[in-house]
Design a protein around this ligand. Structure first.
Ligand SMILES: [Zn+2]
Length: 316
C-alpha cells in the first residue's frame, strides 16, 4: 500500500506540482499576452495640446512615438532600439501615474519636454515625401511589432530609458547632468556621432549681449570677477559648473541661457566677441540616436545597441 501511495504521489508531483512551481517561478501565470503583444492592449494618453485624455492602442501609440522621435531613414536596428526605449519609458510612467498630476490620470503625455514626442500617424505621414510614406511607416511599424512586449530592466524594474540626438563621442553620466547617480546611465564611448549634422555647432555674441543674457537669469554677478571662469567638466567633456561674473551656475543653466545644443562647449573671448564651440546635441545621457544609427549600419543588433548605451540592463 505504501508503495502505491508513493507512486501516486510521484505521479502527482510530475504532472501537477512541478509544472505549477515552474510556472510560478517564471511568472508565466501573470503574463497575459494581449492581441497586440504589448503589456496592455490600450493605454490612456494625455494629449497636451488638446488638453484631453484619449484612449489609444498601445502598439499604435508606440509607432507614433518612434516616428516622432527618430528619422525613418535610420537603420532598422536603431529604430528597434528606439521602440524598446519608448516602450520602457511608457511602462515606467504608467506604473507611477498616480504620482504624476500633469498626466490627469493618463499613463503618459505628448509634451516633448515632459515625456516623449508624439505625432499622429496622419500628421507624421504628411511630413514625409509622398513616395516614401508607406515604406517609412511600414519600417517603423515593424520596429515596434518585432520587439513587441520587450522592455529594458535593471534589478527587475523598467529603467528610465533616456536618450538624446547626438553625443560628443562619449555619453554623459546622469550624475554629471542631473546630480543623481543612476547605475545604467554612465559614460559610454559612442562612435559615429561626428556623422550627425548636429555634431558641431557654434554660438557667438558680443560681450554686451553675453552679459545681458546672464544678468536676466542669474543674480549677483560682478563682471570685475571675470566673464567666465572655474569651468568644471565631466569626463565626457560637458560643463558641470562654471562661474559667470563670480557666481557659480550649472552647465545645464548656461546651456539654457544661450540655447546651446549641449553643455559640451568651449568658450573663448576674441576681442569683444564671445564664441562658444559646441559638440553634440541634447543632454548627452543614455542612448545617442546617431550613435545607434551608426552601430545599426555597422551590423550591430538592437540588443547590442541597447546593452552598450544602458550597461548592466536586461532585455525582458
Ligand atoms: Zn508627461
Amino acid at each position: 500500500m505504501k508503495k502505491i501511495a508513493a507512486v501516486i504521489l510521484y505521479i502527482l508531483a510530475v504532472v501537477l506540482i512541478i509544472p505549477l512551481i515552474a510556472v510560478l517561478l517564471t511568472g508565466g501565470f501573470f503574463k497575459c499576452p494581449t492581441a497586440n503583444g504589448e503589456f496592455k492592449e490600450k493605454i490612456n494618453v494625455y494629449v497636451t495640446k488638446e488638453d484631453a485624455v484619449k484612449e489609444m492602442d498601445t502598439s499604435q501609440y508606440l509607432k507614433e512615438v518612434v516616428a516622432a522621435e527618430m528619422p525613418a531613414d535610420f537603420s532598422f536596428e536603431a529604430l528597434k532600439a528606439q521602440a524598446v526605449a519608448a516602450r520602457t519609458y511608457l511602462i515606467s510612467k504608467s506604473q507611477k501615474k498616480e504620482n504624476i498630476p500633469e498626466h490627469k490620470g493618463a499613463d503618459v503625455c505628448t509634451d516633448y519636454n515632459h515625456c516623449k514626442a508624439w505625432m499622429s500617424e496622419e500628421e507624421r505621414k504628411n511630413l514625409w515625401e509622398e513616395d516614401k510614406r508607406d515604406e517609412y511607416w511600414d519600417k517603423i511599424s515593424r520596429a515596434v511589432t518585432d520587439t513587441a512586449g520587450k522592455v529594458l530592466t535593471y534589478e527587475d524594474e523598467p529603467i528610465t530609458a533616456v536618450f538624446h540626438s547626438t553625443s560628443s563621442g562619449m555619453t554623459e553620466k546622469a550624475e554629471d547632468v542631473w546630480g543623481t547617480d543612476v547605475a545604467y546611465l554612465q559614460n559610454v564611448e559612442s562612435e559615429g556621432d561626428e556623422l550627425s549634422p548636429r555634431y558641431s555647432s557654434e554660438f557667438s555674441c558680443d560681450i554686451t549681449e553675453y552679459c545681458e543674457k546672464i544678468e536676466q537669469a542669474v543674480s549677483g554677478v560682478d563682471w570685475s570677477l571675470g566673464l567666465f571662469s572655474d569651468i568644471v567638466r565631466s569626463e565626457a567633456g560637458g560643463i558641470i559648473s562654471l562661474k559667470v561674473g563670480g557666481v557659480q551656475i550649472k552647465g545645464t543653466q548656461f546651456r539654457e541661457i544661450f540655447g546651446l545644443r549641449s553643455t559640451n562647449a568651449e568658450i573663448e573671448r576674441q576681442d569683444n566677441t564671445i564664441i562658444m564651440t559646441v559638440k553634440g546635441n541634447g543632454h548627452g545621457v543614455g542612448m545617442s540616436q546617431y550613435g545607434a544609427n551608426y552601430l545599426g549600419n555597422s551590423g550591430k543588433s538592437y540588443e547590442e545597441i541597447l546593452s552598450k548605451y544602458y550597461p548592466g540592463t536586461k532585455l525582458q
